[in-house]
Design a protein around this ligand. Sequence first.
Ligand code: HSE
Length: 315
Amino acid sequence: MGMKRVKVRVPATTANLGPGFDVLGLALRLYNTVEMEVGPGKSGRKLQIDIVGEGEENLPRDRRNIVYRAAQLVFDRFHLAPKTLHLKLINRIPLASGLGSSAAARIGGLVSANRLCGERLSIKEILNLAAEIEGHADNVSAAMVGGLVVSCISSPKGRKGREIEFVKLNPPKNLSCVVCIPSFQIMTRYARKILPKTVKFEQAVFTSSRVTILLAALIKKRYELLRMAMEDKLHQPYRRRLVKGMEVVFEEALKAGALGVSLSGAGPSILAFTASSPPSCAEKVGKAMRKAFARHKVKSRYLVLGIDKQGTKIV
Ligand code: HSE
């Protein structure tokens, strides 16, 4: 393997959208970039990782780094061992905030390494690897292909391993995403541990009805249905204790004109959909959310983001 270089841009993602637990993902116009350079090197194996932006103070810069680890999976699969590897990570996606930063890191590592290996893995193969290491498919699928993505991990009979199935839908038009990001973090692993092992039939039916209406409402632009369609009884009721003020933030966002609101992924960020025009609408909702968090002594900031349609791109 000679000297080679690639630069990849990966979007943030919001998963679940309320009732679509582990199934729905939406890519957002907020991006991390991964620059990877591999070379023959002089002696021994060398790794250099530079990080700018989110996590620059505390993310590992050695073999524990998850971009590096994802890339290494691809190199290992093809029995390629670059002697030197230089990663430059520009991180704009807040960490452990429910905006798909780890999905973006893993997809960034896999796609970059795959490019340097001559694009030997298909999108689906990349997603199979990404979902396996991430544990769920919603963020990684949306980060990879962009837009609104429905996905699940299936176990086809007679075949080894689990596989991702995904469908990319036309992203909803004329909607803005207001993401209110509290200043504390939640590890998804922990936010999954606190979920119950079983739920009541009524909770399951409530949630499956909402997620079905949600997709129909997004596809048919029946945005007046979003408020009801983003209700959920599978995970949000259990995660509210991790996000102080969650319900009040939901209420205030809706009062300020949000069309629908949910926890973003496993939280703690909260996502609100608003009409994209006038732009003041999204700003008003963002401010109302910040204020509601502040009432619970939670510092936060908000971003108004459009929907990313392209997914991961070599730039
Ligand atoms: N569906 C996952 C969860 C998303 O809610 O745990 C994590 O971003």
